[in-house]
Write a protein that binds this ligand. Structure first.
Ligand code: B3K
Ligand code: ZN
Length: 887
């Protein structure tokens, strides 16, 4: 396989002014005619260079014409991946290609034709300059059988449609905006539609349409509502208006990713469009809102201004994730949204950034671009965009965005262009931020602070270090804004004066750490404060606070005004508690875990009381409380404890859950009672208050379920039956599936009977069982693979089953290696069907971070990696990740 390097970028010798495409869709083959108006881009002096059009072996070329003249096969060069034309005319000319295409790029889902071109799928449809810096206008004519494919869609405006002989019909679409080919889309099928409209800030009316299969069409109201809110939000927040008179969303069941932002024709994974209270959880609702927003926001950040090359992917993805995060924060609880985003970053992106696939948000090389649609490019990329806003303020950030669009509308640009727009609009030098784009790994920040009562000064010493990652042994400092507050003994915020700074006192100050080590001094500090550090998670770093005591953390958990830091204080308490429990548990593996831990009086009253106080605080947002009483994920500890035994860690974690549940039982029961009313009220989509009530109630239930009290178990079974919405129903079921009991079997069977005809709900049923943590569940998971509710050709089903299994420490990491073998077998099987799904299975697995585990498991994981690597006909996608993990 060939590695592509960022440093090798060269401008394209030709551009394309206009693309005319004609699709003749048939059941067994699709005939494509493509007419390209070529523009020279090589400078007038030289002779026309060769033109290399990207393609794929499954396209069958019929004829090529250059400037109206058909070429003989001897006059062009055709390989598996390229069609090369030479002896081309000077100036502009037309290339016409006729071919038959296979189902790559253009494929069928549920009987309908659809496309997925990003990153490099367009070359599977026709020979083309398949690179994002070639931006053209497109006209597309589609012809198909009228009965099987009544709906024919492409980008832009409908120009013409009509019927043809033989029961066929056609439609012609024209997109007036230039775009790269990865934003091309076509849909042909039998689809139901729901229509609405949006009036833009300049008074234009935009028609909005959502297409699904007929059976799903009455469940798209929330997606439509989310779309309208997103359109309004982008106008209000960034002054960005939609630019066409039509916006389409099409839902399909077979889709590798969440959704795709094709110009005016978004294609979505159906699980991110279809929602109803009885079939979707609060989490599903907020995902639909977030992703509908995300794809819509791409219209400006991605489509109007796109990426020069794929290494710049974070230019559009990091920025658009940041935009969808802000959108959701504005519409719901901002603090809770921030906490959720940080959790995801820490539990998944930090792991990726420390593993064998670690890469900068702007990677230096790749084998398959599809492998780089990562948490790093997306979520860490969003954090880097957020740094600008933290530093420049919302107004400064907006100025930067305005300048970015003013300079680059209609262009394909780089991450440097974005940073320069931010810098120039604010008259600031942001060149040091380039390091964030170049360096992989999560920086570790250490802070030591001291109070000088005589001088009334508070000195903050900060240092930073980033560990080496593959291909990057030496790393320098990156600019890190650390937002700081200081709390007085009564919990109020002290006014902050920073030495050497003329700004007004404030209760939060941002310290910009640019060196390896730096010192900041606060003056006129009236008393010894408790510091509140990295407020709102002001940078994607790991923070260590020297000398921070349990008492300080308990104090912050009770008093900090910054919701993130308040939550974080609790997480720090629990993280260090889990670490010390784990350490004592691993010291003597023979005795019974429970006895050893409880004999040591292991869970301090102080911590139980602090958690109990949050739980009982009626003033707090229930979603915040639910997050604050949740234990840190195992993923947050793996990597910080060398050679970890993940099963022991799981057992220690479960011990702590039981301990908290037993000692806080009255508080938990009271919280359930207080919030039970949400179950009675009828479900209102997007009502955060209701959702918060469900969140705290269901969190409390999950604590109680750990007690294995027969009464609780009976109550949970009852709840799976009487729930009036999916959030409550699936939460109760989740509480039952982690251990073997008759109630578990009854609840699963009843749930199946109730929902077996709903594919999306069945995905949840599969995931719950596949992720179950009782010993020996692998045999059930193997049965699930041949269950009629599962289909290995459906990407969602694979994610529900295999990715959920990867998250079961007990079974995936089973000491006999059976979980590793099962996953390796499954990866090889899926790779033959869908290489993108297979590579997601590898990259989501602990295989890429085997060095973090105990030596026995390291050995077994390496064996499986080697076995996958040796497979004949392994895809380049899987090869790239497996081979990097073996290095
Ligand atoms: N841009 C698409 C991702 C395409 C994935 C290609 N393998 C979804 C998104 O980020 O909006
Ligand atoms: Zn995106």
């Amino acid at each position: 396989p060939q590695t592509i390097y960022r440093k090798d970028y060269t401008p394209t010798p030709y551009l394309i002014k206009h693309v005319y495409l004609e699709f003749l869709l048939n059941e067994d083959s699709t005939h494509v005619i493509s007419r390209l108006s070529m523009l020279p881009n090589y400078g007038s002096a030289s002779a026309p260079p060769i033109l290399e059009l990207d393609g794929r072996k499954d396209i069958k070329l019929l004829t090529v014409k250059v400037a109206g003249k058909e070429l003989q096969p001897s006059e062009y060069d055709l390989t598996e991946k390229l069609l090369t034309l030479s002896k081309l005319p000077k100036g502009e000319f037309e290339v016409e290609i006729k071919e038959n295409t296979s189902l790559e790029g253009l494929y069928k889902s549920g009987g309908n034709f659809c496309t997925q071109c990003e990153a490099e799928g367009f070359r599977g449809i026709t020979y083309f300059l398949d690179r994002p810096d070639v931006m053209a206008k497109y006209t597309t004519r589609i012809e198909a059988d009228a009965k099987s494919y009544p709906v024919l869609l492409s980008n832009g405006n409908l120009l013409e449609q009509g019927s043809l002989e033989g029961g066929r019909h056609f439609a012609v679409w024209e997109d007036p905006f230039v775009k790269p080919c990865y934003l091309f889309a076509l849909v042909a099928g039998d689809l139901a539609v729901r229509e609405d409209s949006f009036k833009t800030m300049s008074g234009r009316t935009v028609t909005l349409r959502i297409y699904t299969r007929a059976k799903d069409i009455d469940r798209v109201a929330w997606a439509m509502e989310s779309l309208k809110r997103a359109m309004k939000w982008d106008e209000d927040t960034f002054g960005l208006e939609y630019d066409l008179d039509l916006f389409n969303i099409v839902a399909v069941d077979d889709f590798n990713m969440g959704a795709m932002e094709n110009k005016s024709l978004n294609i979505f994974n159906s699980r991110l469009v279809i929602a109803s209270p009885s079939t979707s959880t609060d989490m599903d609702y907020s995902r639909v809102e977030g992703v509908v927003g995300h794809e819509y926001f791409h219209n400006w950040t991605g489509n109007r201004v796109t990426c020069r090359d794929w290494f710049q992917l974070t230019l559009k993805e990091g920025l658009t994730v940041f935009r969808d995060q802000e959108f959701s924060a504005d519409l719901n609880s901002r603090p809770v949204k921030r906490i959720e985003d940080v959790m995801r970053l820490r539990t998944a992106q930090f792991v990726e950034d420390a593993g064998s696939m670690a890469h900068p948000i702007r990677p230096d090389s790749y084998i398959k671009m599809d492998n780089f649609y990562t948490l790093t490019v997306y979520e860490k990329g969003a954090e880097i965009v957020r740094l600008y806003q933290t530093l420049l303020g919302k107004d400064g950030f907006r100025k930067g965005m305005d300048l970015y669009f003013k300079r680059h509308d209609g262009q394909a640009v780089t991450c440097d262009d974005f940073r320069n727009a931010m810098a120039d609009a604010n008259g600031q030098d942001l060149s040091a931020f380039a390091a964030w784009y170049a360096q992989a790994g999560t920086p570790h920040v250490k802070i030591a602070a001291s109070y000088n009562a005589a001088n009334r000064t508070y000195t903050v010493k900060a240092s930073q270090q980033t560990l080496p990652s593959p291909g990057q042994s030496e790393k320098g400092p990156v600019p890190i804004p650390v937002a700081v507050g200081l709390l007085g003994q009564d919990g109020t915020e002290l006014p902050l004066n920073l030495k050497g700074e003329s700004a007004e006192p404030a209760t939060t100050k941002v310290l910009l750490l640019t060196e390896k080590e730096q010192e900041f001094v606060f003056t006129e500090v009236s008393e010894k404060p408790v510091p509140s550090l990295l407020r709102d998670f002001s940078a994607p770093v790991k923070l260590e606070v020297e000398g921070q005591t349990e008492d300080e953390l308990v104090f912050l958990l009770a008093h900090d005004k910054d919701a993130f830091c308040r939550w974080e204080a609790g997480q720090r308490l629990l993280r260090s508690l889990l670490t010390s429990l784990y350490t004592s548990a691993s010291a003597s593996k023979e005795a019974k875990l429970e006895d050893r831990l409880s004999a040591a009086g292991a869970v301090p009253d102080k911590i139980v009381a602090a958690i109990g106080a949050v739980l009982s605080d009626k003033e707090l947002d229930g979603a915040f409380v639910a997050a604050a009483i949740s234990l840190p994920a195992a993923a947050e500890l793996i990597g910080s404890i060398p050679n970890i035994d993940p099963v022991l860690l799981h057992n220690v974690r479960q011990y702590l859950v039981r301990e908290l549940a037993a000692r806080l039982r009255p508080e938990l029961e009271a919280a359930i009672k207080r919030n039970e009313s949400a179950a009675g009220a009828s479900y209102v989509p997007g009502d955060s208050k209701q959702a918060a009530q469900r969140a705290i109630k269901n969190k409390a239930l999950s604590y109680l379920s750990a007690l294995k009290d027969p009464q609780v178990t009976a109550d949970l079974l009852q709840r799976t039956r009487s729930a009036t919405n999916m959030t409550d129903q699936i939460s109760a079921l989740a509480c039952l599936v982690d251990s073997e009991s008759p109630e578990r079997e009854i609840a699963l069977a009843e749930f199946y009977e109730q929902w077996k005809d709903d594919g999306l709900v069945m995905l949840k049923w599969i995931a719950l069982q596949a992720g179950s943590n009782f010993e020996g569940n692998l045999k059930n998971v193997e049965k699930l693979v041949s269950h009629p509710a599962f289909s290995i050709t459906n990407p969602n089903a694979c994610y529900s089953l295999f990715l959920a299994f990867l998250r079961s420490p007990v079974n995936f990491h089973a000491a006999d290696g059976s979980g590793y073998t099962f996953i390796a077998d499954s990866i090889l099987k899926v790779d033959k069907i869908n290489r993108q799904v297979a590579s997601r299975m590898v990259s989501s697995s602990a295989f890429t971070a085997w060095k973090d585990y105990d030596v026995e498991r390291q050995q077994m994981m390496k064996e499986q990696l080697a076995r996958i690597n040796a497979e004949n006909g392994l895809s380049e996608n899987v090869f790239e990740i497996v081979s990097k993990s073996l290095e």
